[in-house]
Design a protein around this ligand. Structure first.
Ligand code: PLP
Length: 362
């Protein structure tokens, strides 16, 4: 797969769904990037701050989409460089997609509750409607693609699919993603959020972009790579969609310390350690998944392909309080549909997980 494959795939009908004013927008012309020349064109100071330990110098505006970083991300996710947009976390990618494709008071996004809260928040900030196609609580939160497609209307511009899903941990099978994207192409984007992809055995949906130009995949360094504080996410899409979104991303979205921290972490000694840590985490997840159901306070543990478990308790209020007194914060997800007595528990270190089991065993 290379960038030339994008030319064979007709993205124009997909881009035609974007807001007309965004398509016509003249982007902000940021200062030209040419490291070979001295910079007297961006009103920066020629001296570094005394505390500046960066490679490039924090007195300089950063390169907008640094080529070395895009290359490292493209290698990590095994996609062509032209298909990557580096963002301030996948949260920014979600925001850019909604802003580019949803006209306020007119268009809609479709979500599958219970799911990640940012899709609906980004839509509401933009003034887009939120359509819900709930997962099946009676069927391990399976996605019914037939029911979902029935909810799609002419104003549905984006369908957000989270796989593995937060907070249920469930995976959406690739044939289901393909079916939904094929049925809605070119009228809606199908955005597959793979924030937890590294904890699952399933292949990334990014390879489907070769056949489906309306497919967008989100990845992040925040979870498996241990870099939530760095704020770096990747949007993977047909290069035409990436080019459109580059017009509206703020001109210097990626701070220089973010770029340097991400590049350092994507080198080999760290990548080997990251792979080992994922293995440790999966082992811990399996141990908790087997042990939690043996505790009298636990009603149900759902299978998970992510680094957390969704756990239902006989008395979730008391379980929450017990864990808090053991010094452990878990996520209260009880207000979400179908999760009346459930808590979302992140897999911690072996010590933290042992403490969690001891506390719940009472
Ligand atoms: C944590 C999470 C994100 C946020 O990713 P950032 O890259 O940190 O912004 C995105 N999607 C889902 C489903 C998440 O759980």
């Amino acid at each position: 797969m290379d960038a030339t494959s994008d030319r064979k795939l007709d993205v124009e009908p997909v881009l035609a769904q974007a807001r007309a004013d965004i398509r016509a927008l003249t982007p902000y012309a940021h200062a030209t990037w040419d490291p070979a020349l001295d910079r007297l064109h961006a009103n920066e100071l020629p001296w570094r701050a005394l505390t500046d330990r960066s490679n490039a110098g924090l007195n300089r505006y950063p390169e907008p989409q640094p080529l070395v970083l895009l290359a490292a991300l493209a290698k990590l996710y095994r996609v062509p460089v032209a298909r990557i947009l580096a963002c301030r976390g996948s949260d920014e990618a979600i925001d850019l997609l909604v802003r580019a494709f949803c006209a306020a008071g007119q268009d809609a996004v479709l979500i599958t509750p219970p799911t990640f809260g940012m899709y609906a928040v980004a839509a509401r900030i933009q003034g887009a409607a939120v359509i819900e196609a709930p997962l099946e609580p009676q069927d391990e939160f399976r996605l019914d693609s037939h029911a979902l497609l029935e909810k799609v209307t002419r104003s549905t511009r984006i369908i957000f699919l989270c796989s593995p899903n937060n907070p249920t941990g469930t995976l959406i099978p690739e044939p289901v993603i393909r079916q939904i994207a094929a049925a809605t192409c070119p009228h809606a984007l199908v955005v597959v959020d793979e924030a937890y992809g590294e904890f699952s055995a399933a292949a990334s949906a990014a390879r489907l972009i070769d056949e489906l130009p309306n497919l967008v995949v989100l990845r992040t360094l925040s979870k498996a790579h241990g870099l939530a504080g760095v704020r770096l996410g990747s949007l993977i899409a047909h290069s035409g969609i990436v080019a459109l979104l580059r017009r509206i991303i703020p001109p210097y979205a990626l701070a220089q310390p973010t770029v340097e921290a991400a590049l350092a972490a994507l080198t080999d000694p760290q990548q080997t350690v990251t792979a080992q840590r994922i293995t440790t985490l999966l082992h811990e997840r399996e141990n908790l998944r087997r042990t939690l159901p043996t505790l009298p306070c636990v009603l149900k543990v759902w299978p998970s392909e992510a680094n957390f478990l969704l756990v239902a308790f006989h008395d979730s209020q008391s379980a929450f309080a017990t864990l808090k007194s053991a010094g452990l914060m878990v996520r209260d997800v009880r207000q979400q549909p179908g999760l009346a007595n459930a808590l979302r528990i992140t897999i911690g270190s072996p010590e933290q997980n042992a403490r969690l089991l001891r506390a719940l065993a009472g």
